[in-house]
Every structure is written in C-alpha cells, then in structure tokens.
Design a binder for this molecule. Structure first.
Ligand code: F0G
Length: 458
C-alpha cells in the first residue's frame, strides 16, 4: 500500500460534487461528441482534466483578493506582485498577463519570424501553437529516456545536450531567436529537469548568443524534485533552488494557474531592455496596461501570495506525495504509467493498455471516454488527438511516440479517498480493455484541435 501524508491544511469551505447515473453519463458524452472538453462540468464527479486554474486558494489568498487595488495604473496590487516576482525570479523587467499562453503569444510576436526554429526539451501545446502561428517551427530535443515509460531516470525532462548542439549547428544560431526549456516537462509526463541540465542548456544557448527562456509553469514542483533527487540540493530550500534555476536564464514565461495556485494569471519576465519595450507595446495592444496585463488588481494580489505558497516545503512534500500515492495504486494493478510519476499528474500509458487500437483510432481518447463512462472522471488525452500533425514539407501524418492519458491533480482540492476511487475506476476499465474500440473525427480544426474536435465510435 503506498503511503499518504496528511494534508498540511484543513478544509474551511466545501463545494458539493455529484456522480450522475451511468445512463446520464452515456448521454452526456455522446452529446459532447465524445470529447471530454465539451462536457458540462456539472456532469463530472472528479475532474482531473487539468491542474491549471483549478487549485483551491488559501484564506490568505482570499483575503488578498478582498484587498486588491483596482486602479488602472500603478495599483498597490501590482507592486505586491512585482516584489514577489523580483524576490523569487530576479529579472529586471516583468509584466503580468492573463495566463501563460498570452505571455507565449507576446514573446512569439516579438521574437519569432517566419522560418525560425525554437528548440526546447518539449513545448507544451499552446507554446507549440503560438510558435507555429508566427510561422516558426517548434523543435523538441528531450533525452531519449523520456520516450520509455518504464525508464526510472530521475530527470526525464532533461534536454539532450548533444542533440541540441547538433541542432544549433545545423540550423544556424541566426535562425534561432530564442531557446527554451519547459520545467517540469508537461508534454512528456510532468518530468523534472535537473539543475545540472538547466545550467548546461544555458551555457550552450549563450555560447551561440541565443537568449534562453524558461517555460516556468511548474517551476516550484521542479525545484522540489531537484531538492529530492539531485546531489547537493537536499539542504536547499525550494526558493533558493528556484533562484538558482532562473539566474541561468534571460527570461521566462509562466502560467501562474499552476504553481502560483491562482485561478487565472500569467507572467512574462526578462532582462533585455529593448525586447521589454516591444513586449510592453504588444501587451498594451492585446492584454492591457503594463501594470495589470489583462487581470484585475485582486488577481495580482492573489498571485503575489500564491507564488510563496506554491514554494512552501510542507505543501510541496504533500503535493508530490499525493501524486506518488495515486501512481502507487495504479502500478499495483499492473497498469502502465510514465515512471517515475511526475509532479502534477499521472500519465497512464494508454498505448500499452490498448495495444489493439492504432494511433489513428486514438487509444488515449478511448481511455479518457471510458474514465468518464465508468466513474464520472474527466481526464485528458495527451497523444495523437493532441499532437499528431502533418509534416510541414511532405504532409505525411507524424504520430507522437506515446499515447497517454493524463490524470492531472488540482492543487489542494481532492483527498485520499478521491484518489483511491480514481485508481479503482481505472482498474475496472483495465479488466475489460480488450473489448474497447477506437474513435474517428467527425470534426477537427487545424490548430489546437483537441479542444473542439468531435468524434464518433468506430
Ligand atoms: N506551458 C505549460 C508547460 C503548460 O502546461 C501550460 C498550460 C501553458 C504553458 C499555458 O498556460 O493555460 O495559462 O495559458 N497547461 C494547461 C494544462 C492548460 O492543462 O496542462 P495557460
């Protein structure tokens, strides 16, 4: 039996949830075109679609919301956030944005030109799409271990340094306006990147004069993995580790909806004065004035508090233990998952659970639909629905190496018994896996198709 550490909080407000009948679930998912994104949230019992913006704020954050300053420019809330951002991340300039993809859009608008290449360990889907939308090509150069779900490598989010060097040589640094790394690597299983790797990546980019930007959505979880797994960091606090990680970079973009435990918000920060000027202009055009960036003042205040709560050691220990607990229950039933479990989510290997269903019939989608039908649980496909795309030159469909279903755990929301129920539901599906059949599209847009696609059973 995996262990479960008691939550380092108690519950002051509750939100009722309800498991609707199997018949109603069948109707709901059919009406949703077999796409869990199109379900009504009210028809869901346990929602593991994402850990983004779904966390429970603390009473300190709710108090900060009430005290938010809604002045258009120069609000007190902005200065609270500025102080926290400078303290933790240490960059010369920053702007708030309404969420992570807004920061990505702005940095892509300012830096990416048609035909440019942007390397990373793995880009998440919105980063990938924002680069493509500007005519750029996102390139994923994570270490090979990342593609072997059973490999227990402690830092499976690491960049392959040799591949990166060869790529820069081949492409030419003049065609790479920025280099990135995603911490933790969400698209590859929520896997952390080691400090050693972050430093090596920074040194390599800088040796070619390429600015280095971190996608920092889950930087605090990454910092805690470094503390737990990387020699020399056991006695460092998460905030010290965070400061060391960001001191290697020229800037970062971040969805604050994850490790800053707010329901909405993002950040974009950097050192370069000229680029910041262009970012400010772009921000004013698309998001809002530089001191609020598309958010209410109260959101900035809640983010300033949440940034520190997300770095709290007791919280991070509980957080990563909760994920390891769910992984343990799933592993005990012989169901494959990405090992070791990541920070914010479990990634079930739908490809190995449903080997009779080919990429083109979406094994991950099949499992996501079954999780809803069996237990009222919403999860998210991270496989061919999300990532298969035509090759830009040949048009041939390129399928991702892994067909995964992500069980993302919202922060401070679900308890031990909720997670046990999730594992039991998965076990019931595994018992009848051989009988399950695939899906085909009835509608699929070109960009970010997983959000709005519709399917029918084959
Ligand atoms: N980068 C990473 C690594 C992410 O995981 C996300 C969002 C973003 C950027 C974009 O941030 O949603 O605030 O615009 N991930 C969410 C998820 C959607 O469910 O993993 P956003």
């Amino acid at each position: 039996m995996p262990t479960y550490d008691p939550e380092p909080f108690r519950i002051k407000v509750v939100e009722p949830i309800k498991l609707i009948s199997p018949d109603k679930r069948r109707t709901a998912i059919a009406n949703a075109g077999y796409n869990v994104f199109t379900l009504r949230a009210e028809d869901i019992f346990i929602d593991l679609l994402t850990d983004s913006g779904t966390g429970a704020m603390s009473h300190h954050q709710w108090a900060a919301l009430m005290e938010g300053d809604e002045s258009y420019a120069g609000a007190r809330s902005y200065f609270e956030l500025k102080k926290a951002v400078e303290d933790i991340f240490g960059f010369k300039h920053f702007v708030p944005t309404h969420q992570g993809r807004a920061a990505e859009n702005i940095i892509a608008a300012v830096l990416v030109k048609h035909g440019n290449h942007i390397p990373s360990n793995m880009h998440f889907d919105t980063t990938d799409a924002n680069i493509r939308a500007r005519g750029g090509r996102p390139v994923n150069l994570v270490i090979e271990e990342a593609f072997d779900p059973a490999n227990p490598h402690p830092f499976k989010g690491n960049m392959d340094i040799e591949k990166l060097q060869a790529f820069i040589e081949q492409t030419g640094p003049q065609n790479i306006p920025m280099g990135m790394i995603t911490i933790t690597n969400n698209a590859g299983g929520g896997q952390p990147v080691s400090m050693e790797n972050i430093k090596a990546v920074a040194t390599l980019y800088h040796s070619y004069g390429i600015p280095f930007f971190i996608d920092a959505a889950r930087y605090a979880e990454n910092a805690y993995f470094i503390k737990l797994r990387e020699p020399g960091y056991a006695n460092h606090t998460p905030i010290e580790i965070a400061r060391e990680m960001f001191s290697c970079a020229d800037g970062f973009c971040m969805s604050a909806k994850k490790d800053a435990i707010v329901n909405i918000g993002g950040l974009l920060a950097l050192n370069d004065d000229v680029t910041f000027q262009r970012i400010s202009n772009e921000l004013i055009l698309r998001e809002g004035f530089v001191s609020y960036g598309g958010l209410a003042g109260r959101d900035l205040s809640a983010m300033a508090v949440g940034l520190y709560e997300g770095l709290d050691e007791d919280y991070l220990a509980y957080r990563l233990n909760q994920t390891a607990y769910l992984a343990g229950l799933i592993r005990e039933q012989g169901i494959g998952l990405i090992e070791p479990p990541g920070g914010h989510a479990i990634y079930v290997d739908a490809g190995s659970l449903l080997p009779h269903i080919p990429h083109a019939e979406f094994p991950g989608q099949v499992l996501a639909v079954e999780m809803y039908l069996e237990g009222g649980i919403r999860t998210c496909e991270i496989g061919s629905v999300m990532f298969a795309h035509p090759h830009p030159d040949t048009g041939e469909i390129i399928y991702p190496k892994l067909e995964l279903v992500r069980l993302a755990i919202p922060r401070r929301v679900y308890t031990q018994s909720h997670l046990s129920y999730v594992a039991e539901t998965l076990g019931k599906i595994a018992q009848r896996a051989k009988k399950l059949k695939g899906y085909r599209f009835t509608y699929a847009p070109e960009l970010l198709r997983h959000f709005t696609a519709r399917f029918e059973p084959i």
